[in-house]
Design a protein around this ligand. Structure first.
Ligand code: V55
Ligand code: FE
Length: 519
């Protein structure tokens, strides 16, 4: 008999395509999922998430962040949950779906793509799902957004803001300012591949752009996330460099540089921003620390008119070893990671170094999220995906073993943990307020949990009042890949209620059942 291990598929046996990261590629829907416990009746809305899920076997030299965006939606209402999954039908996905093989080579390197697809948009739309100005945006920082139908998840169009956006790129981490009711956006490599052009602007609720500002980046850096305060946007530059010649040689877009510091570019959000200390209206300022990777931000605030604070996760080395430095050096396997608070004094000259950040949580942590009704203001609560070492199922490294969630109170310094169980890993925590006017942090956290042993997932619901003990598990009968990011959209924002799953229209009962009236 032929053993199953003797037969090979056309999928590369890469680390990011096996085990927990094996392709999902599923599209479909499930009405009324099995739930353990009960999702609170007050929860009414949809959780959208996206995973990086290559539809075709990727180029074996490609990196784990370049798979097609596969979106899941979970509609929670009256304690009952429907789900739907569908790929974002990007130009790239449609071309490769038809060809049934990869036509795009390496991440963000058009020189490695098949010549007949070079004119196509090279976005996988795989990083974030954000609802703004009545568009459900599927985002990838290398290009402009795709918009999706929030109920059918059908892909509607590329560039839904109708050509107002002059940049070629749009961050996957735009930030909503709930006070000014703006979506604050940036794009880098904004005028094309490996350019130093950055654009910053806001989108009103009407979907119109305003306060557009173009600046030059200190170098062509990887700029994944940002934070906002009422007056400033801070861009977080990772120590990678892009290089056209390297791309032309068929190699990666990015190489880590041990000579570059993590760098923060502070840009005034508006022309009317009051600028401290002789700062000219058209200026931006650049501050840096040491070589490290502050991956994702939580939030930021202003103090005393000239001090900015923001918090982020921090890995003390290259967290993307698939983009090594030119000499190929790999990060130490015991690389430290933590969650920190940075301080930027705007009275300090551009080019200066910021002090060592304050360590808020000395555990490997990622995906920090806050109660985003307070974005731009000082907050007390932050939720993070963490590695609880004493509970770990056998020393998995920090990039593959985030086995719990933390809820940290910045005011009291107290941290509460939710541990997902042996053999389980947890994904980004998303906050849902208990009601519109609920105090900061009062509500629920939802997070996708992977049950490795059972090869399936649960969506966990935690009450922030009793964080250790879930109130519900929403059970998936199959395995989904880890999400990159997700967001909650309440029912009111989505407008007229429509079902996420199929509906059974009214019909006339045939009367042909066993107990029909003629008996
Ligand atoms: C990240 C993820 C991306 C990407 C750039 O986590 C940065 C960071 C999933 O795609 O394109
Ligand atoms: Fe991200």
């Amino acid at each position: 008999m032929t053993a199953i291990t003797e037969l090979k598929s056309k999928w590369p046996q890469a680390l990011d395509l096996t085990g927990s990261d094996k392709p999902c590629r599923f599209e479909g829907e499930l009405a009324d999922l099995v739930v353990l416990g009960s999702p609170p009746k007050e929860i009414d809305g949809t959780f959208y998430r996206v995973m990086c899920d290559p539809f075709v076997p990727p180029d074996s030299n490609n990196v784990p962040i370049d798979g097609d965006g596969n979106v899941s939606a979970f509609r929670i209402r009256n304690g009952q949950v429907d789900m739907k999954m569908r790929y974002v039908e990007t130009e790239r996905y449609k071309l490769e779906y038809r060809a049934k093989k990869n036509l795009f080579g390496l991440y963000r390197n058009p020189f490695t793509h098949h010549p007949c697809v070079r004119a196509a948009v090279d976005s996988t739309a795989n990083t974030n799902i954000v609802f703004w100005a009545n568009h459900l945006l599927a985002l990838k920082e290398v290009a402009l957004p795709y918009s999706l139908d929030p109920n059918s998840l059908e892909t509607l169009r590329y560039d839904p803001f109708g050509g107002q956006i002059k940049s070629k790129t749009f961050t996957a981490h735009p930030k909503v300012d709930p006070f000014s009711e703006e979506l604050v956006v940036f794009g880098y490599e904004a005028k094309g591949l490996a350019t130093k052009d950055i654009v910053v602007y806001s989108l009103g609720k009407d979907g119109k752009t305003r306060d557009e500002r173009w600046i030059e980046s200190p170098w062509c850096a990887f700029i994944h996330d940002c934070v906002i305060t009422p007056n400033w946007i801070i861009l977080v530059l990772w120590p990678f460099e892009a290089d056209i010649d390297r791309m032309k040689a068929g190699k990666h877009h990015w190489a880590w540089s041990y000579d570059r510091p993590a760098t923060f570019v502070v840009v005034p959000r508006r022309k009317t921003t009051v600028l401290p200390n002789g700062w000219k209206e058209e200026e931006h300022r650049v501050y840096s620390w040491k070589n490290c990777m502050p991956i994702h931000t939580a939030g930021a605030w202003e103090e005393k008119d000239h001090i900015l604070y923001f918090e982020s996760s921090r890995v003390h080395d290259n967290a993307f070893p698939f983009f090594p430095p030119p000499d190929g050096r790999m990060p130490a396997p015991d690389t430290k990671a933590d969650y920190v608070r940075w301080e930027i004094d705007l009275k300090k000259k551009t080019g200066s170094t910021v002090p060592d950040p304050l360590v808020i949580l000395d555990v490997p942590s990622e995906f920090p999220r806050i109660d985003e009704r307070f974005m731009t203001q000082r907050y007390d609560y932050v939720w993070l995906n963490v590695f609880i070492p004493e509970k770990s199922d056998g020393g998995k490294n920090i990039f593959h073993g985030l086995n719990g969630l933390a809820m940290h109170n910045n005011k009291t310094g107290q941290t509460r943990y939710y541990y997902a169980g042996d053999d389980s890993v947890v994904q980004e925590p998303i906050f849902i307020p208990r009601s519109k006017g609920a105090p900061e942090g009062d509500g629920w956290i939802i997070s996708m949990v992977e049950r490795r042993g059972e090869n399936r997932n649960d969506l966990v619901v935690l009450d922030t009042k009793e964080f250790e003990k879930p109130v519900a598990f929403i059970q998936l009968p199959f395995h989904v890949k880890a999400q990159v990011h997700g967001n909650w959209v309440d029912a009111e924002s989505l407008g007229t209620w429509r079902s996420l799953t199929k509906e059974i229209p009214d019909f006339v009962i045939s009367g042909r059942g066993a107990l029909e009236p003629s008996i």
